[in-house]
Design a protein around this ligand. Structure first.
Ligand code: GLA
Length: 359
């Protein structure tokens, strides 16, 4: 690839190009970030459990380092600091040995929001305020729960009020940056309806919500029509859109349709063999999917402002750890745009050419 080519430069007229980075890898990725990216997102370092592991005990050293590098790079941060059912200390939900009241939880969210905004606002262009609060599975009257919301600890203690509280606090402390709700499986029609209801409810309550973050983790070949329908549906709510956690697992090239093969399924052995020894065609297919996805994103650049991959290069990805399919032996999944040596994969050249040709 010619040395002057840059993904971020080629996409300047469309949207920002971002990557999730971690405290332990940001320095090794510095040259790639400098050349190809115009946004970064801290992978874990802004989550509640990282910043406030115990009530009132704030730990900023790792996240401060990421912001220091962002400033050196001259790029603003897409902050992923959400109220979320994961990676949050148990203290959030307790009041001594009793469950915490909604009011206490809202006070805690408010104090946390104030602390992160005061420290980081000047380098942040968008905040994920709440993550994954929509119900995942299809509602079943027999199992009960809410047809719209996830039965998280937050929801059990506060009902949907915690989402409103989080947005209200962030609007108060971060008047200038954009505020996002972020979720996954966002192109699944049933989940999409739940997300739309969640967002409309917030809007009806007068909350400022500027955007929706479409995570875009792919374990299956994307349904491009459903993707377009989803972009249009979310944009019709009056929101800006960010692609926030894009990656394409090798499994997307192996899974038949929208089903993850399990050990008891026919063809599982062969599937594992294919995953353990991916052919050059399967690896190239990941690139083809990126090319097609970016074609869709570019065609909606009037509503999409930022596209972030969940990681920078294949040497470090969550899919090698807790994102791995529990039914599988450990397989490398090659989900990102840069290879294990931080070199751009062939599809990066195609993405740049397509952008420059205005295709
Ligand atoms: C979710 C979260 C992210 C991250 C990824 C997997 O999508 O939003 O913060 O934890 O899972 O790494």
């Amino acid at each position: 690839m010619s040395p002057e080519l840059s993904l971020a430069k080629a996409y300047e007229k469309y949207f920002k190009i971002g990557a999730a980075v971690a405290f332990h890898n940001i320095d090794s990725y510095y040259p790639v970030l400098e050349k190809h990216f115009s946004s970064i997102t801290p992978e874990n370092e802004m989550k509640y459990s990282s910043i406030q592991p115990k009530e009132g005990v704030f730990t900023f050293d790792k996240i401060d380092r990421i912001f220091e590098v962002a400033r050196k790079l001259g790029i603003k941060v897409r902050a992923h600091a959400p109220v979320w059912h994961n990676q949050t200390g148990k203290w959030m939900y307790q009041d001594g040995d009793k469950p915490a009241s909604p009011e206490l939880i809202y006070e805690r969210i408010d104090a946390h929001s104030k602390a992160v905004c005061e420290r980081f606002n000047k380098d942040v262009y968008a905040w994920d305020v709440v993550n994954e609060a929509a119900r995942d599975e299809v509602f079943d009257v027999n199992t009960g729960g809410s047809p719209v919301y996830r039965e998280s600890d937050y929801f059990k203690l506060c009902g949907e009020g915690f989402i409103e509280a989080a947005f209200k606090s962030m609007a108060k402390y971060s008047p200038d940056a954009q505020l996002f709700y972020n979720d996954y499986n966002e192109c699944d029609p049933a989940k999409r309806e739940r997300i739309v209801t969640l967002i409309r409810t917030l809007q009806d309550k007068g909350c400022r919500i500027d955007g929706f973050g479409m995570q875009q983790h792919y374990f299956f070949e994307p349904d491009y029509d459903e993707l377009k329908r989803s972009i249009e549906t979310y944009a019709a709510l009056g929101l800006r859109l960010h692609i926030t956690e894009l990656d394409i697992s090798l499994m997307a090239t192996l899974n038949p349709g929208e089903k993850r093969l399990k050990p008891e399924d026919e063809g599982f052995k062969q599937y594992i063999q294919q995953a353990l020894h991916p052919t050059p065609e399967k690896l190239a297919k990941i690139g083809d999917i990126y090319v097609k996805l970016f074609e869709v994103y570019r065609s909606y650049s009037d509503v999409i402002d930022s596209v972030t991959t969940w990681g920078v290069a294949d040497d470090y990805t969550w899919l090698d750890f807790f994102g791995a399919d529990p039914n599988m032996p450990k397989v490398k999944q090659y989900p990102l745009l840069f290879d294990e040596n931080h070199e751009p994969k062939p599809c990066v050249v195609r993405l740049i050419e397509d952008a420059e040709a205005g295709r």
